[in-house]
Design a protein around this ligand. Structure first.
Ligand code: FEO
Length: 398
């Protein structure tokens, strides 16, 4: 069976792979799966493959290329990024394209060698243009969008940008364009991806957008290496969304994430949330036992405060709370308030631990933790509501 390819823009076709089954991307839950997009760029004389795919999907990539041409006749492979979701299949793809020259950014050249046992490929940079015959490839190194080696490839004659992880989303679908799957869904997945993959790199992503604008390159299509492709009004909406995300825009919103042993900390979480909502501030509540940390983190992206709850077990916090703090320590949310709460039996070490870790991540903790012994009384519940309301006032004043 030959799998089909999809025209993207003049001279460019999608020939990637759809991973319908992926449910976890190093801790980021991916309920919709993902895609590993790759693009065939055809000139009058030569053909380039921009990006490869994760190793188990190489046959799918080659099958889609075969629907257009003999893979052995591909002249050039561009490695925009060496992370294994795009690059682990490189050796296998090269075997099918024995005459292809392989190029990557200068840092990518080192990454390819390290991932592929010394494999030597050529470096390209911002001054290089590769002519395929009436269709040219230009390159823009984009360090830390997503790794030091990351690079964008641009095809001027097709007004198409191939920016790898940037503008990506983890979403498998039979349609290839954002306007086909529905703009709301595509933008929601773009935002979840940004929150969980690019949040700590917001400054670099903002610089990348500035660098891109400075090139003066015209863009009709932005085709990332995950999820759907942006064109027309959807492209404008994606660019506008990235602008808001990189600017760190927030709303009057508080996220509560907690874990509970016998239900007391859950009673506190619900009371705190009720107090916040009564004060007119949006609140989202997640029990870490059955919530996706990717979904919590997406809500946290444009929230102004995180309230973290845990009872005390063996003088410390529950392990799910510790796990979420570890996840956040990598993402380093900026400019947000935090608070800690929880019930205890005879020692109350959880809030002390959570407070120390939230401060180390960079949260500002303006109020004392809220703790309560054993089962909350009616007075405790009222006090928890009021504790939440002081956060509601604080986020409105920010
Ligand atoms: Fe999709 Fe950073 O790899």
């Amino acid at each position: 069976m030959t799998m089909h390819s999809v025209p993207v823009s003049p001279g460019i076709d999608w020939v990637g792979a759809i991973d319908w089954s992926l449910r976890d991307f190093h801790g980021y839950a991916t309920p919709r799966g993902t895609t590993y997009n790759a693009y065939l760029v055809r000139g009058n004389g030569k053909t380039a493959l921009v990006d490869t795919v994760k190793l188990p999907f190489v046959d799918e990539l080659l099958s889609r290329i075969t629907s257009i041409m003999d893979p052995a006749k591909v002249d050039l492979i561009v490695v925009n990024h060496v992370e294994p979701d795009h690059n682990s299949g490189l050796r296998e793809v090269m075997r099918a394209m024995p005459n292809a020259r392989v190029v990557a950014s200068a840092t990518g050249v080192k990454g390819v060698a390290e991932y592929h046992d010394g494999l030597a490929v050529d470096a390209v940079g911002a001054d290089d243009v590769i002519d395929l015959g009436g269709r040219t490839l230009r390159f823009l190194p984009m360090p830390m969008v997503h790794w030091p080696d990351s690079m964008f490839t641009y095809v001027a004659e097709s007004k198409t940008l191939l920016p790898n992880d940037a503008f990506g989303q983890h979403m498998a679908s039979s349609q290839r364009f954002a306007d086909e799957v529905g703009l709301d869904l595509a933008l929601a997945e773009l935002t979840i991806y940004y929150a969980n993959i690019l949040m700590p790199l917001g400054t670099q992503v903002a610089k990348a957008v500035e660098k891109l604008v400075a090139t003066g390159w015209e863009l009709d299509v932005v085709a990332p290496s995950h999820g759907v492709i942006w064109r027309g009004d959807a492209l404008a909406a994606a660019v506008e969304t990235y602008g808001r995300l990189t600017a760190g825009e927030t709303r009057e919103k508080i996220v509560i994430a907690f874990s509970t042993m016998w239900g007391s900390t859950k009673i506190l979480a619900d009371a705190i949330a009720d107090g916040i909502a009564e004060d007119g501030v949006e609140v989202a509540v997640y029990d870490l036992a059955d919530s996706s940390i990717a979904a919590i983190t997406r809500q946290l992206l444009d929230a102004r405060a995180l309230l973290l709850g845990s009872p005390t077990l063996h003088h410390g916090m529950l392990y799910r709370v510790a796990g979420y703090l570890q996840y956040l320590s990598g993402l380093k949310p900026k400019g947000k308030l935090a608070g800690t709460f929880g019930s205890f039996g005879w020692s109350s070490g959880a809030c002390k631990q959570m407070t120390a870790q939230l401060e180390a991540i960079g949260f500002e903790l303006p109020f004392e933790p809220f703790t309560q012994k054993y089962k909350p009384t009616a007075e405790d519940v009222q006090a928890a509501r009021e504790w939440g309301q002081q956060f509601a006032r604080a986020v409105r004043e920010r």
